[in-house]
Design a protein around this ligand. Structure first.
Ligand code: CAA
Length: 389
């Protein structure tokens, strides 16, 4: 008997502000349908001046601790590619914000958008060694590209927190995983820049190839057949990317890829990403949350999860939805997190985008903007000072 390990609880949070792509389209002088239909994005979450990955990570994780307590959470893995410090792990701030246990190892993980999946797989390994242990995995990112570039409409922000345990209540992971990594410069962010650099077309092609290679490896490892999956959750830098990658995968396997079948396999996974935008490490798991919240009953059905992080690493893995999973979802809270965002105009968005982080060591109070549970109150003496609202 193999030990069932997987996702026991899943919660996400996003920022206080959002920008409608119609506003951006008007500013850039393009048809809004290029964004609404062409890349499949309608809105994107925008971080307030007093928000960062720590505040959204805390907001995602707090409901999990409220429901399950902290007993036996002996490891906290936070994946991000928009970290706030080169040394200190961002999740350490969560001790004072939401009360993580001191008897825990706390580590930050990075490999572009793949980091959340690394966290999930490392967690599964720890639990296989000690099934009484529970691991809190958090993926949190604020996607930021330069203004007036093709990447700009694919920004966004969100954090996902997952409690990974033995005998999980939502998704039991299969033992098989398909892997693919290669040294590619499709998207990266040197230490001295706050915005990512991207070769858009190269990145789209690299994603498709990596997903296909990871699938081939998954099959070599003895994974399931394509026909077994009820749905496919892809990393979604923009929702259209999931459709492109799935079509590419089907065609590479000699399957006919008709649009209705692709919609049935992907559609439900895109509800949240379409309005949140790219959340890098969190994106795939926002896709999973959207699927679980919107699809018909998935009990005992197999799901495919396809993770891609530029640079690049891809993983094709899978799991089975656990009977009774619906009692553990957070559908209402997820929808409210999105619906309660404040829509802003272009000038406000631009000012937020252009504001840099204080770096002179003096005391800087951050303007009170967010209405979310946690905020960055000040930066002082090169220290970030957070507070619960
Ligand atoms: N109505 C409907 N559709 C329209 C339209 C209109 N009026 N105008 C254009 N379109 C369609 C185009 O036909 C195109 O569709 P197809 O791709 O299906 O042909 C789509 O809208 C986009 O148009 P363009 O290709 O002209 O868009 P672009 O060149 O301005 O930028 C992009 C697209 C390259 C994805 C750009 O947004 C970008 O660089 N984004 C950042 C990089 C990225 O997200 N890469 C994804 C893979 S890497 C990854 O996954 C890691 C990560 O998170 C970054």
């Amino acid at each position: 008997n193999t030990l069932a390990v997987g996702i026991h609880d899943l919660s996400f949070a996003t920022t206080h502000y959002a920008l409608d792509h119609a506003v951006l389209a008007e500013r850039l002088g393009v048809d809004r349908d290029k964004f609404y239909l062409g890349i499949g994005q309608e809105k994107m979450s925008v971080a307030a001046a007093d928000e960062d990955i720590v505040t959204i990570a805390a907001a995602a994780a707090a409901p999990i601790l409220e429901r399950h307590g902290t007993d036996n959470i002996r490891t906290v893995l936070l994946a991000t590619e928009t970290g706030v410090d080169q040394s200190k792990a961002a999740a350490l701030y969560l001790h004072s914000l939401i009360g993580l246990p001191n008897a825990a190892r706390v580590v930050e993980l990075k490999q572009a958008c793949y980091g959340g999946t690394a966290g999930l797989q490392f967690a599964a390994g720890l639990i296989a060694r000690d099934p009484a242990q529970r691991v809190l995995v958090i993926a949190a990112d604020i996607a930021k590209y330069e203004l007036d570039t093709p990447g700009e409409p694919t920004q966004g922000a969100a954090a996902v927190a997952m409690l990974v345990t033995a005998d999980p209540a939502i998704l039991a992971l299969d033992p098989h995983s398909g892997l693919y990594s290669a040294d590619i410069m499709d998207f990266w962010r040197p230490n001295y820049r706050s915005e990512a650099i991207v070769d858009g077309k190269t990145s789209v092609n690299a994603y498709q190839k990596a997903a296909q290679e990871a699938w081939s490896d998954y099959r070599r490892q003895g994974g399931r057949d394509l026909a077994e999956f009820a749905a496919f959750c892809y990393h979604q830098p923009f929702t259209k990317m999931a459709y492109k990658a799935h079509r590419h995968l089907l065609e590479s396997q000699g399957h006919t890829a008709d649009s209705a079948a692709i919609e049935a396999a992907i559609g439900a996974t895109t509800h949240y990403n379409r309005t949140v935008g790219n959340s890098y490490t969190a994106s795939l798991y926002l896709g999973l949350a959207a699927l679980l919240d919107h699809a018909d009953d998935l009990t005992d059905r197999a799901l495919a999860l396809i993770s891609y992080g530029s640079g690049s690493v891809a993983e094709f893995f899978s799991g089975t939805v656990v009977p009774g999973y619906r009692d553990h979802l957070r559908t209402e809270a997820n929808r409210a997190a999105i619906a309660s965002r404040e829509l802003i105009g272009y000038e406000h968005y631009r000012a937020l985008h252009e504001a840099g982080s204080p770096s002179d060591g003096a005391y800087h109070a951050m303007p009170e903007q967010t209405r979310r549970p946690f905020r960055l109150a000040a930066v002082s003496g090169h220290k970030r000072i957070y507070e619960a609202r």
